[in-house]
Design a protein around this ligand. Structure first.
Ligand code: 13P
Ligand code: SF4
Length: 333
């Protein structure tokens, strides 16, 4: 077996991908490796279509954390980004958690360095800290309750009205939650590069060209865009809404990977990705898209790269995530 450092070096040089037999059926081989190693593949809706299709479970951040906490597999291959694999490792430290590309970070998590967040918290000693799961394990360790976009409203509403709240790291989700719950919070000024790239002007133009279409949006989008949305929700909620709604055309303002699942679940409907403010495919998350089928195959074959976290960090970050899972379970989310 090769070491993690060696693996990363070989992958960076492209040697591992080059060594894959091009005639091999990657789907078949990945299935074989999964069975052989009692591994489970968990994939976020923002992964490319092939990865969603080979995964054992595809979901939003909350559902993926719930799966990671309850799986009896020996290996969790997380087809997502770093904070998701970290969360899986924190919840199941005895398991081997693999992330196909350790460079798959998150611009939102990076917009909230733990030392600066610690100072923000120190300045507000009478506040409780609620952090969106899209943050580092170090920020989670400074948090009282973690949340996702599926349960943030309910978690905030579960706190006494007079309780002061720090919310981080997403300013757009924070502003949306203030509006939804009527609570004022101290909000960290972070954001996701993918959800801030949309052009409202182009979206309004697209809507004028498709008057029957509904704009649906993730709450990580900016407030001006959210004002035009017929429905706002997490990836899982957007998927459910688009399937169940009587509307047949949607302009989808979130990462475009979700369209794969939307189209699969409602093949008769039309899904148009909301246009970004330039001509590139900027509403593809560059971090999520680092994962490829080839990397998944090598990841299972070599059982690398592995998510390794210091024990103390796991201990400090676990409680706020467990609290989120307990509240979600109690509320049937
Ligand atoms: P959800 O899957 O919870 O909607 O989160 C979206 C996201 O930005 C994940 O990176
Ligand atoms: Fe982070 Fe945004 Fe990518 Fe989600 S879509 S992983 S929030 S950069």
């Amino acid at each position: 077996m090769i070491s993690q450092d060696n693996f990363i070096e070989l992958e960076k040089k492209g040697y591992l991908e080059r060594d894959i037999d091009p005639t091999m059926d990657l789907f078949e081989e990945i299935e074989k490796l999964k069975k052989e190693k009692n591994a489970v593949i968990l994939a976020h809706y923002y992964q490319e279509g092939d990865i969603q299709d080979i995964a054992d479970f595809v979901g939003d951040s909350l559902a993926l954390a719930q799966k990671a906490a309850n799986t009896d597999a020996d290996i969790i291959l997380f087809a997502g980004v770093e904070f998701m694999a970290e969360t899986a490792k924190i919840l199941s430290p005895q398991k081997k958690v693999l992330l196909p590309d350790l460079n798959a970070g998150c611009s939102l998590a990076e917009s909230c360095p733990a030392d600066e967040f610690a100072r923000f918290k120190e300045d507000r000693p009478d506040h409780i800290v609620i952090s969106y799961v899209n943050c580092s394990a170090e920020v989670k360790a400074l948090t009282d309750i973690v949340c996702t976009s599926s349960n943030a409203v309910q978690i905030i509403e579960s706190l006494p009205q007079e309780q002061k709240i720090i919310f981080g790291p997403d300013r757009n989700l924070g502003a949306y939650l203030e509006k939804k719950t009527g609570r004022e919070m101290a909000i960290w000024d972070g954001s996701c590069m993918v959800h801030e790239i949309f052009s409202l002007e182009k979206i309004i133009h697209l809507k004028a060209e498709n008057p029957d279409a509904q704009i649906i949006a993730h709450p990580e989008c900016e407030a001006e865009l959210l004002e035009h949305a017929a429905f706002i929700g997490s990836t899982a909620a957007l998927l459910r809404y688009s399937k169940e709604s009587s509307c047949s055309t949607f302009i989808v303002a979130t990462e475009s990977g979700i369209l794969h699942q939307m189209q699969k679940e409602a093949p008769e409907k039309t899904f148009i990705p909301a246009p970004p403010n330039n001509t590139c495919a900027c509403n593809d998350c560059p971090h999520m898209r680092l994962n490829t089928l080839e990397k998944l195959y090598n990841c299972l074959k070599y059982e690398l790269p592995e998510m390794i976290l210091p024990e103390e960090l796991i201990g400090a970050a676990k409680q706020p995530i467990v609290k989120m899972l307990e509240i979600s379970e109690r509320l049937g989310l």
